[in-house]
Design a protein around this ligand. Structure first.
Ligand code: ADP
Length: 425
């Protein structure tokens, strides 16, 4: 079934796996975690191996795996000792905030830079640097995917420009900016490669333990949302991927980089193009508050998608919206509710489609390549009536992605690394 001609392997590391398996904490994996300290450092390699699920790859496939890449949750960070490889703190999770570091980060970074958020990787690094008084010289910062890849290839301090964006890497200059390099902690920053670049071969001990081939390559990865985008197969400028999960997130491949902090819009680099993204607070979570998935299926079957619904809602779970309208006081609007639930659902789906259309229009107005085609992932993508409604509202071809697993996108990066390696041989 796989279109891959070179067998590759990939891992999509879900946050929960690290929360529950890899971190021996007191069980509080939630957002209100305390500031990490050295006594919490308790991540060991055997746990990492289970996080990597090396044994889940079938024994018969392992000998033919040509390359491996990993995607991980962006801004999940660990600081380790480069001489021993031991963690110097427990991992900072992606959504953990370090407000103590924010004033300092804001004072060195350009205004509205992506690092100017308490949960950015740079705030985590600064917070650690200011609270720790030993091992500073030999420390190295790794993102979640970098750390897991390091366990496989053994070369310390390698990352990719997607994961490194939130620590301050400038993907346009393809280097860390001078304002960051002049900081006393700049030696902790990992070296940065393009996603899907060969780092080296799999370490001998891991390779023999699990039965991977001698020349199995380990390649740089990316963040999990970018891997999910890559999985959907949008490779040309103007192709968009809308994720209809609990929230509505749109990503558009563009020739131009677009940033606007007001709307939370920013761009990741993807080779010679830019992946522009924005996320609304509307989405499937509101539907789930009103209907079960079974009801959604049954009611949707009765909708005529060619007919416009006269109902104009703004479905939100709570007050506040950021994209495509920046209004922290926006109230959810789900009234009037018609007696007929088919009409009600039709109105909600159509209203979400209008928000999606407005999102793509905003990206165009900010300078991105206009969207030409939309591929859909997430729980809402299986709703064929919704796809038809969206085609009418967006005025564009809309389809469901064939592949939606982030791990598939990481496998595509692994294949890229293997192909480039073959070409350079
Ligand atoms: P996430 O990973 O963001 O939690 P998923 O991608 O798993 O979300 O999608 C779950 C969402 O999909 C739910 O909020 C649910 O309302 C929505 N959903 C499930 N079935 C349907 C359907 N038939 N039509 C529209 N939305 C659906």
């Amino acid at each position: 079934e796989s279109p891959l001609t070179i067998p590759t392997s990939s891992v999509d590391v879900h946050q929960s796996e690290l929360d529950h398996d890899s971190v021996h904490s007191d069980g509080d994996g939630g957002p209100d975690m305390q500031t990490p300290n050295e006594s919490d450092a308790s991540v060991d390699e055997s746990v990492a191996e289970s996080a990597l699920e090396m044994e889940d790859v079938s024994v018969s496939l392992r000998p033919v795996v040509a390359s491996i890449a990993i995607d991980g949750t962006s801004a999940t960070t660990i600081i380790i000792d480069s001489t021993s490889g031991d963690p110097l703190c427990r991992p900072y999770l992606y959504n953990e905030s370090c407000p103590d570091a924010l004033p300092l980060v804001k004072s060195i970074a350009p205004p509205k830079h992506t690092v100017c958020s308490g949960s950015s990787t740079l705030c985590k690094l600064v917070s650690w640097w200011n609270s720790c008084d030993s091992s500073k010289e030999s420390a190295v910062l790794l993102h979640q995917a970098d750390w897991l890849l390091w366990l496989l290839h053994g070369k310390l301090g390698v990352s990719d420009y997607n994961n490194a964006l939130k620590v301050g890497y400038d993907p346009e200059m393809d280097s860390y900016p001078p304002w960051l390099l002049s900081q006393p902690y700049s030696h902790l920053l990992p070296s940065v490669q393009h996603p899907g670049t060969k780092i080296g071969c799999m370490k001998e001990d891991i390779r023999t333990q699990f039965g991977y081939p001698k020349d199995c390559l380990i390649c740089t990865g990316t963040t999990d949302s970018i891997a999910a985008f890559l999985a959907a197969g949008a490779t040309l400028p103007g192709k968009g991927v809308t994720s209809l999960g609990s929230t509505l997130a749109i990503k558009l491949l563009s020739t131009k980089r677009v940033e606007d902090a007001r709307f939370g819009v920013y761009s990741h680099r993807l080779d010679d193009k830019w992946l522009v993204g924005g996320a609304s607070n509307t989405g499937g979570a509101v539907l789930r508050q009103l209907f079960s998935d079974e009801q959604l299926k049954k009611l949707s079957e009765q909708i005529n998608p060619l007919e416009a619904s006269p109902l104009d809602y703004y479905p939100l779970q709570a007050v506040g919206e950021r994209f495509p309208v920046a209004d922290p006081n926006m109230e959810p609007r789900l009234h009037p509710r018609p007696k007929n639930d088919v009409e009600y659902l039709h109105g909600i789906l159509e209203s979400i489609a209008r928000i999606e259309a407005k999102g793509y229009t905003l990206l165009k107005d900010l300078g991105a390549t206009p969207v030409e085609e939309v591929i859909t992932s997430g729980g809402g993508s299986k709703n064929e009536k919704w796809i038809k409604i969206r085609e009418r509202v967006l005025g564009l071809p809309v389809s469901k992605a064939n592949q939606t697993e982030a791990a598939y996108g990481a496998a595509l990066l692994a294949m890229k690394g293997a192909c480039e390696n073959t070409a350079s041989d």
